[in-house]
Structures are given as structure tokens and as C-alpha cells.
Design a protein around this ligand. Structure first.
Ligand SMILES: Cc1ncc(C[n+]2csc(CCOP(=O)(O)OP(=O)(O)O)c2C)c(N)n1
Ligand SMILES: [Mg+2]
Length: 1044
């Protein structure tokens, strides 16, 4: 009846509620929605004071019913059930309380832990005279109804939980009371009221007169509300259900398709007394809340006009995160990787990570940076801390991953980093390392990357074995009301796709918040699955501290202004409970304020800010003692090439019965022949790069859509037994007994999510080659945010390096506008090398350029060069992302093969492959030098040779486009002093490398010679959809390039 009172309290004043309906926020609640709340009044029962009322199984108003039975029995003992007959006989004969009732022999022995039907018979309302079939049916019906009510509370109780600390709107955007949560719906004796005035009149009498309320019902095994009791009166059942599901916690879990997991959750919320906490925990909550609140207040005082995206209105987030960390460490977690947006970030760094306050405060000063990079605003920076958890006395590592403004984009990065940490620690079940992701309500439901990230949750090569998500659900996104920012009832509905339980909780009830945090941590530790804590709160200020929220949310903010802070409410409560004194409360506040003041004084003494203080992934030991300009050799001993080549070309050793597809047998045979002929094609070159790194102890991971076989069926890193399901063999995992692990994994169909994940993976350990391959390069733009915000600019913003390799199949081959271009122009446009600056020529020219640039963009035309550039990623003394354009038709092109001679010791990656043919013999007579990159080289060379122009035209390949090989271009041009220069590309003029290379050629040549363009004209679309047009264009561009 608690619910009834609450609902009635809300509706009787008939005042407008804020935002009751998505389209008409000013509407009153629909009458029908509440009319069914109330059943009919029942006739008053006479009170009966017979001694039987002292029987322990009888209580309260059930004695009224007993009186009826008794009167009937007095009139005619046969008119009541034999059990009543026996009972009244015994009591009349003076049996002691508890001894009078004995079950009739006709009824079967009850099973353990069950309540026999006969035991319930005495409580059946309606004055039935025997346990007739009619009565049986009613008992059953009513029990079924009770079961249904219980189930309804479990399924839908959250809809009516009191989640909004402001009390003005419903977290599910629906003010209606679900009818299945009204016991009257279950027809114990249903008469519907229809009007509010009816309701008003009936309120008091209904409370007192609901007859069914005192009937006792056996509890089904799907509830834990009884504790040790197996049956309860309906009133108590409803009370306990209300307490479990409709107070300050709303639990969404009944969609989970595991009975075990549902029961686990029921138990965590239904067990009587489970939410009680001791005074020590209460004081800890208060202390933590005090620090969280004090931190924001301090910042507001010192820097009142600075944006900091404060946490006011959800300060409870800090104790909540700490509770999760405490519980998780207690359960064995040693490292937590966190991702979070702007809101409350500084507070998290200060009070969760315990980053020195001085470092945080220094960020508010306009100080010079002590190290390289352009830096980032303070509420984006990452951090990494190792410290003792004082509550559990265990060491814990906490990392907050730096992130851009782009909300939720950090999610997959966090997951990848977490997965990598688990991998390197051998933590195959995620017991030691876990991720925690924080979200804003609007972003959580609005950003598709959230969904893409969730879908990695259970994939064998991507799972982090459960993430704890926390939503700071302040019921607003910048200025937008949730009714206009989402179509789902809750902002958390996206989590349902992975069967994650969702705990909505009212931020103003710290103990409920801590309870759901404990349950979330236990859930993850038990089931290793995702879980969501949705803290329903408010935002005390505008979107940031200098924003005026009254422009757009006047009523909400009027309410907020008159709402006491969460800290004040909790402090008042604990004072009234006698847990703390007002002096203690003040003392804790003052102490923290003093800590802040001291740090503030120290921060003012700082002269520089240090970006390195904000590193989220320190690579201890990697940079120390290294010559920053020394690259290790990438060529290999021939023996190694042969060994890897043969292993890669062989079926499982000693497994004659492993049946390989006939087509694959042919491929393997051809590979073996290449090894014997000392040549490699693309796939073999790649395998040798991977295999040799594995041999050197470098973990290699290749991830992306269909990468195991390769989109173009060229790779085949996983052999499938043709007769045994899921029996596979990965040759590269079995090259050497002591090799590093190789992971090759087909990913979900997500670029944004998976590229972000691999980026995160690459951040954990520099001694790994992490590659992501796009199905076609064209699709990388759905991950544009990861490319722009993290890969191209991550080091500059966050002093964080990554050696991630992006493989982007690229080439205009007549496959239409979406299967042709990886949009190399975009990558090049974001390259940070200066087109007008020719760095000093020296031995270290190449490595210095690599050191200084933000990433490397290359289009290799030979397998040997591909092999070297992959190996060079690890040979470098630092890490840079590598954007590779990779071939399609070249994968099988008979000329696109390399000899071992180009891969053995002493060989290296060629940034530019000069002309090597006839033209070099008489360079003064060469009329034209054609520069190009990638596959078009083969078209140009073929046409040139067919035209017999090999003496007249030299063709040079720019393999590393960025950083631009100024030195080698200059040299190649100088070789042919009388030649005209042309850049030939297959991409359209406004695309491809042209706009990048043109000014750099001028710089390389000191503006002494011009370079012309030969290629497709400008276009809006990357490629034609017509095969014929494609061929005509190709022909034209080749003709133009070779024209003399
Ligand atoms: C991808 C993206 N789009 C838009 C923005 C601009 N923006 C910054 S905060 C914000 C509102 C976020 O609302 P919510 O997720 O509820 O977080 P809150 O600020 O309420 O904590 C928006 C739209 C952004 N940062 N990122
Ligand atoms: Mg919000």
C-alpha cells in the first residue's frame, strides 16, 4: 500500500506535472491510468476474539474470517472443511496455541520448503465451506495472481520507482502506472473506480479495508522476499515488493535469458534486510560525499568563471565509483581502466584516482608546457595512478583514458586497452583487470558507438569479461530535454542488447547507490558480464558553469534551486539517525577544504604544466636508454624466411587427418613453391613480417572484418578442417616453440568500435604489432572519429604514442564508388609535416622525419616493402601510427612479387623505389620522369614497355608518401636533369596524393622544376560505377602520363 499512498499523494493535488508525456509535457496524468488503482470497498467484518486468534498462523484481520468459520462450524460442523472442524474441536478442547491445527490425513505430505495447500485454506476469503473444487480453483487462481504480481514487480517495478531526486519526472519518460503492478488488476475482487473524486473519497477507507491484503499466500520459488518465510500475507508481499523494486532503486533485469542470473539479482534486491548498512559504511559514504562536494565548491570559489563541467547534482558519483573499486578489489581486481566524459572528470581524477590536487589546480593557470605537444583542455586529460586502496589494503592501478570531446568515442578504446592488459597479464577471465565506463544520459542513448562497443562484449577475442557502466543521468543533454533526445523509455536501453542488468537509482539516496554499486561489482565478478548503474540525478548548474539553464529549463531549475544538495540531505539524515553529530559533519568539510587550500598554495608556485603528468598509458622502460634516432634492421636471415615460409605453407604437423579444402591445398602448395623459388607474394610477405616479429617475442594481433581468410581470400591464416566443425589450425601460431602469441580475429561489423578497440589495445604495450584491416579502405570513414580524434592527433594532445597499423585496401579497379578509395587524401591532409620545409639532409633524415610527424602514410607496391614497413613499426625507437594503403588486384598480380634478396639482412624499407630499368643507363636522355604510388605503377610500366619508351621514361614509386621523402625525390629528379616531371595517380585530381605531394615536390626541387599532373579530373565521387568508363579513364590517365 506504500505505492498506493505515494501515487495518491502525487495525483490528488491535481497539479500539473512537468513533462508527463513526450508530446504534451503539460498534460495531467490520464485518469484511467490511476483509476484502476483501487479495488471496491468490502463489507466490514465482525471482530472475533476467540482464543484461536492467538494461533501463530493467524494474525490481524484474518481473525475476522476465522469468526465466520467459527460461526459456521457452530451452526453445522460439516459446513466447514475438515481441517477447520479439527481445528475448532481442538481449540474448544483447550489445545495450546500452536497445537490446535493438524492437517487432515487426506492431503499429501508437503515437500520440503513448500507450504501445503491445506495450510493456506484457512486464509481463503469468501467464506467457502469446504476445500471443494471451487475453493481449489480459487486458491489456485489467487496464488497464480500473486505469482503474477510478484513477477510484475520484478519485471516492471522499476517504472514506478522513485528515481528522480527532483520528483518531477519519470526516468522512463512515462508517468503511467503499469496496470500489472496493481493488485486489483488480478481480480481478487475487482471494481474499478473511474474518477479522481472517487479516488479522493476512498483513499482512507481503502487503506483500511482491503480484505485481500491479509490473506496469506505461498511464495513461489522465483522470489526471495520471504527470507526464511514460505508464505506471507498479501499486504506484506506487496510491501516487500515495493521496498525491493519501487523505492529508490529500479531494477531492470527480467529480460535476461538466464534463470540463474535472474535469481541472483532477485536475491540481491529482495532478501529482507539486504540493503541495511552499518554506521561505519554510512560515515564512509558521508565522508566521500563531503570530499566530492567540497572539491566542486572549492573550484567554484577559486575559478568561478572557468569551465570545469562540475558534478554538482551528482556528487554521489564519486562515492559510487569508489564503492565499485572497493568491492572489485575485494573480489580480486587489481587494475581498472576507466573512460569518462567531461562531467565530473576533475573530481574523479582528484577523489577517485587521487591525482595530486596540485597537478589538477595547475591546469587552471595559464602556464607554459614543459614538454612537447599541443595539449588538451583539462577535462579531457588522462591519468594513471598506482596506489594502495585503503579500504581493502590492496594495491590498485587506476587509469583514466584521455579522450576527445566526442562523446562516447573513448568507449572502445578503453575496452581495447583493458583487453590488452588482461592479455599481457594472462588474465583470461578478467579477474584482475576490468573496465569502467561512465556516460552522460543523452550521449549514452544517442551515440551509436555505445551500441557498437556493447557488441564487442561477448566476442571471444574482444571481450573484457564484463564492464561496469555508470550513467550520470542528469536528465538533460546540454539544453535538450530527454523527450527530445531519445525514443527509448530509458537512456540505458541500449544495454539490454547484451543482457546487462540495469540498476536505476536515485542519486539522493547514497545507501541505495552504494547497494547497486556493490551488486554491480559482484555481478561482474560472478558472471563476467556488463552491468549498468544509472544514477538518476540533476545538474545544478548549466551545461557548464557559465551557461544559463533558465533559458530552456525554467521549471526544472526553479525546482533545483530550492533543492538541498545531496550532501546536506544525507548529513541531515545521519544526524537525525544519530550516526554523526553536526560538529563531525563540519569537521570533515573543514578538513577537506584545508587540503584543497594547501594544494592551491603549492600549485601557485608551479611555473610549468607537464603533459606527462597526464599520461594514461606509461610505457615504463620502453624509452629509457634508447637512442631516439636509431632504427633496428628489418632484413632477416634467409633461414628465418625459409622456416617461416615453410611453416606457413604447411598443414598441421603430425595431423594427417586434418582435411583441408582442395582450393586451399593448391594455395599452400603454391606458397611452398614460392618459398623454394625464394620469392614472396603479398600474403607470404605479410606472414614473414608477422612470423619474424613473433619469433622476436613481439605479440602480433590482426583484427578486422573477415581478416582470418582475408576479404580477397588471399591470407588464409586460419585453416578449417573440412569435416570437423570448428576444428581449425593457425600456422602462424606454431612457428617456434618460444614465439610470442599471434592473434588473428574476425571482428564484428563495426569500424568505429573495432578500430577504437585496436587503438586502445596498441596503447598498452609498445612491443606489439597491432593491425586493423578495413574490409575495403572506403569503410574506414565510419571510424572517422577514431582516426581524427585519436590516431592522427593523440600524441600531440595527450603525449601518448601508438604503433597501430591501419590496413586499407585501396585502388580504382572498376568496383564502383564505395569499393575503390581509402581516401588517402584525408590522411595526407592530416599529416603534420610542413609542405614548405625541407629538413636538413643527414644520415638520420628518415628517422628524424618519422619522429617528428604524427603518423606515417604509405602505399607499398611490393611485398618486400610491405614486409619491411611492418617490421619497421617495431624497429623504430618510438611508436607512430601507420596508415597503409593495401592492394586488391596486386595480391595476385604475377609481377607484384618480391625476391628474398629484398628481404634478407642488409635490406630495408624503401621510401622511394627509383627507376631501375633502361632509363637509368642514359639518364641525360630521359625525357620524362613519372612519379606515382601504389598499384598504378604496374599499369604505367606495362604501357610504357608496350610503347617501347623504357629509354625515354623513368618511373619512380613514392612508397612512403608521408612523411614525404624530400631527399629521395630530389635525388631521383636530379638523376634526370633533362626530363619533365609528372605525378601520375589513378585517383581523381581533388583526391589521392596529388594535393599533398605537389607543394612538397616544389620544396624538394627548391622551385626549380615544375611537376605536372596526370590523372583523373576532379570529381565528387571517388570512382565511377561503370566498368567501361573506368577502363576509359585508366587508359586516358596512362596515356597522359606517358605522353612525350
Ligand atoms: C559526439 C558529440 N556530439 C556533440 C557534442 C556536444 N556536446 C557536448 S556535451 C553535450 C550534451 C551531453 O549530454 P549528456 O550526455 O547527457 O551529458 P551531460 O553534459 O548532461 O553530463 C553535447 C551535445 C559532443 N561533445 N560530442
Ligand atoms: Mg545529461
Amino acid at each position: 500500500m506504500h505505492r498506493a499512498r505515494i501515487v495518491l499523494k502525487q495525483i490528488v493535488p491535481l497539479k500539473p506535472h512537468l513533462g508527463l508525456d513526450r508530446l504534451a509535457p503539460w498534460c495531467y496524468p490520464a485518469e484511467g491510468a490511476v483509476a484502476c488503482l483501487w479495488g471496491s470497498q468490502r463489507n466490514q467484518k465482525r471482530h472475533y476474539n476467540a482464543p484461536v486468534a492467538t494461533e501463530p498462523f493467524l494474525n490481524g484481520s484474518s481473525s475476522a474470517y476465522v469468526e465466520e468459520m467459527y460461526n459456521a462450524w457452530l451452526r453445522d460442523p460439516k459446513s466447514v472443511h475438515v481441517s477447520w472442524d479439527s481445528f475448532f474441536r481442538s481449540t474448544s478442547a483447550g489445545a495450546a496455541p500452536g497445537q490446535a491445527y493438524s492437517p487432515p490425513p487426506s492431503l499429501a505430505q508437503p515437500q520440503r520448503n513448500t507450504v501445503p495447500m491445506s495450510a493456506l485454506a484457512p486464509f481463503i476469503g469468501g467464506g467457502h465451506s469446504s476445500l471443494s473444487s471451487h475453493v481449489d480453483e480459487k486458491v489456485i487462481d489467487d496464488h497464480l495472481a500473486v505469482q503474477a504480481i510478484i513477477r510484475s514487480y520484478q519485471i516492471r517495478g522499476h517504472h514506478i520507482a522513485e528515481l528522480d531526486p527532483l520528483g518531477i519526472s519519470s526516468a522512463d519518460l512515462d508517468e503511467k502506472h503499469p496496470p500489472e503492478l496493481l493488485y486489483t488488476t488480478y481480480a481478487f475482487d475487482r471494481v474499478r473506480s473511474t474518477t479522481y473524486s472517487d479516488l479522493q473519497k476512498k483513499v482512507d477507507s481503502l487503506m483500511a479495508q482491503e480484505k485481500d491484503m491479509d490473506r496469506v499466500f505461498k511464495l513461489p520459488s522465483t522470489t526471495f522476499i520471504g527470507g526464511k518465510e514460505k508464505a506471507l500475507p498479501l499486504r506484506e508481499i506487496l510491501n516487500r515488493l515495493e521496498n525491493a523494486y519501487c523505492r529508490h532503486i529500479g531494477v531492470e533485469f527480467m529480460f535476461i535469458n538466464s534463470l540463474e542470473q535472474c535469481n541472483w539479482i532477485r536475491q540481491k534486491f529482495e532478501t529482507p534486510g539486504i540493503m541495511e548498512v552499518d554506521n561505519e559504511q554510512k560515515r564512509l559514504n558521508l565522508a566521500r560525499l563531503t570530499r566530492a562536494t567540497g572539491f566542486e565548491a572549492f573550484l567554484a570559489r577559486k575559478w568561478s568563471s572557468e569551465k570545469r563541467f562540475g558534478l554538482e547534482g551528482c556528487e554521489i558519483l564519486i562515492p559510487a565509483m569508489k564503492q565499485i573499486i572497493d568491492k572489485s578489489t575485494e573480489l580480486g581486481v587489481e587494475s581498472i581502466v576507466m573512460g569518462m566524459p567531461h562531467r565530473g572528470r576533475l573530481n574523479v581524477l582528484a577523489n577517485v584516482c587521487r591525482k595530486p590536487l596540485e597537478q589538477i589546480f595547475t591546469q587552471f593557470a595559464a602556464l607554459e608546457a614543459a614538454d612537447d605537444g599541443s595539449g588538451d583542455v583539462k577535462y579531457h586529460l588522462g591519468t594513471y595512478i598506482e596506489r594502495l586502496n585503503r579500504v581493502t589494503n590492496k594495491n590498485i592501478r587506476l587509469a583514466v583514458v584521455a579522450n576527445p570531446s566526442h562523446l562516447e568515442a573513448v568507449d572502445p578504446v578503453v575496452q581495447g586497452k583493458t583487453r590488452a592488459e588482461q592479455f599481457y597479464r594472462g588474465d583470461g577471465e578478467g579477474k584482475k583487470v576490468m573496465s569502467m565506463l561512465l556516460h552522460g544520459d543523452a550521449a549514452f542513448c544517442g551515440q551509436g558507438i555505445v551500441y557498437e562497443t556493447f557488441h564487442l562484449a561477448d566476442l571471444p577475442d574482444y571481450t573484457t569479461h564484463g564492464t561496469i557502466h555508470i550513467v550520470v543521468n542528469n536528465q538533460i543533454g546540454f539544453t535538450t530535454d530527454p523527450r527530445h533526445s531519445r525514443s527509448s523509455p530509458y537512456c540505458t536501453d541500449v544495454a539490454r542488447v547484451v543482457n546487462a542488468p540495469i540498476f536505476h537509482v536515485n542519486s539522493d539516496d547514497p545507501e541505495s547507490v552504494m547497494h547497486v554499486c556493490n551488486v554491480a561489482a559482484e555481478w561482474r565478478s560472478t558472471f563476467h558480464k556488463d552491468v549498468v548503474v544509472d544514477i538518476v540525478c540533476y545538474r545544478r548548474n548549466g551545461h557548464n558553469e557559465i551557461d544559463e539553464p533558465m533559458f530552456t529549463q525554467p521549471l526544472m531549475y526553479r525546482k533545483i534551486r530550492s533543492t538541498k544538495s545531496g550532501l546536506d540531505k544525507y548529513a541531515d539524515r545521519l544526524i537525525s539517525e544519530g550516526v554523526v553529530t553536526p560538529e563531525e559533519v563540519k569537521d570533515v568539510r573543514d578538513k577537506y577544504d584545508k587540503i584543497c587550500e594547501e594544494a592551491y598554495t603549492n600549485a601557485r608556485k608551479e611555473t610549468h604544466i607537464k603533459y606527462k603528468d597526464w599520461l594514461d598509458s606509461p610505457w615504463s622502460g620502453f624509452f629509457e636508454g634508447k637512442d631516439p634516432l636509431k632504427v633496428s634492421p628489418t632484413g632477416l636471415k634467409e633461414d628465418t624466411l625459409v622456416h617461416i615460409g615453410k611453416r606457413f605453407s604447411s598443414p598441421p604437423p603430425n595431423a594427417a587427418e586434418f582435411v583441408i579444402h582442395k582450393g586451399l591445398e593448391r594455395i599452400m602448395k603454391a606458397r611452398m613453391e614460392m618459398v623454394e623459388n625464394r620469392t614472396v607474394d603479398w600474403a607470404l610477405g605479410e606472414a614473414m613480417a608477422f612470423g619474424s616479429l613473433l619469433k622476436e617475442g613481439i605479440h602480433v594481433r590482426l583484427s578486422g572484418q573477415d581478416v582470418e581468410r582475408g576479404t580477397f581470400s588471399h591470407r588464409h591464416h586460419v585453416l578449417h578442417h573440412q569435416n570437423v566443425d570448428k576444428a581449425t589450425y593457425r600456422p602462424l601460431c606454431f612457428l617456434y616453440p618460444d614465439q610470442a602469441p599471434y592473434t588473428v580475429c574476425n571482428s564484428s561489423l563495426s569500424e568505429f568500435g573495432v578500430l577504437g578497440f585496436e587503438l586502445g589495445y596498441s596503447m598498452t604495450n609498445p612491443n606489439a604489432l597491432v593491425c586493423w584491416e578495413a574490409q575495403f579502405g572506403d569503410f574506414n570513414n565510419t571510424a572517422q572519429c577514431i582516426i581524427d580524434q585519436f590516431i592522427s592527433s593523440g600524441q600531440a594532445k595527450w603525449v601518448r604514442q601508438s604503433g597501430l597499423v591501419m590496413l586499407n585496401p585501396h585502388g580504382l579497379e572498376g568496383m564502383g564508388p564505395e569499393h575503390s578509395s581509402a581516401r588517402v587524401e584525408r590522411f595526407l591532409q592530416m599529416s603534420s609535416d610542413d609542405p614548405d620545409y625541407f629538413p636538413p639532409e643527414s644520415e638520420e633524415f628518415a628517422v628524424r622525419q618519422l619522429h617528428d610527424i604524427n603518423w606515417i602514410v604509405a602505399n607499398c607496391s611490393t611485398p618486400a616493402n610491405y614486409f619491411h614497413i611492418l617490421r619497421r613499426q617495431i624497429a623504430l625507437p618510438f611508436r607512430k601510427p601507420l596508415i597503409l594503403l593495401t592492394p586488391k588486384s596486386l595480391l595476385r598480380h604475377p609481377e607484384a612479387k618480391s625476391s628474398f634478396d629484398l628481404m634478407v639482412e642488409g635490406t630495408e624499407f624503401l621510401r622511394l623505389i627509383p627507376e631501375e630499368g633502361a632509363a637509368t643507363q642514359n639518364p641525360d636522355n630521359v625525357k620524362k620522369v613519372v612519379f606515382c604510388s601504389g598499384k598504378v605503377f604496374y599499369d604505367l610500366r606495362k604501357a610504357r614497355d608496350e610503347k617501347k619508351l623504357s629509354n625515354d621514361i623513368a618511373i619512380a614509386r613514392v612508397e612512403q608518401i608521408s612523411p614525404f621523402p624530400f631527399d629521395l625525390v630530389k635525388k631521383e629528379c636530379a638523376k634526370y636533369p633533362n626530363a619533365s616531371l609528372v605525378w601520375a595517380q589513378e585517383e581523381h585530381k581533388n583526391q589521392g596524393p596529388w594535393t599533398y605531394v605537389q607543394p612538397r615536390f616544389s620544396t624538394a626541387l627548391n622551385d626549380t622544376r615544375d611537376i605536372a599532373y596526370a590523372g583523373r579530373p576532379t570529381a565528387a565521387s571517388p570512382a565511377t560505377g561503370s566498368k567501361m568508363t573506368h577502363l576509359r579513364e585508366l587508359n586516358q590517365l596512362v596515356e597522359e602520363a606517358l605522353a612525350l
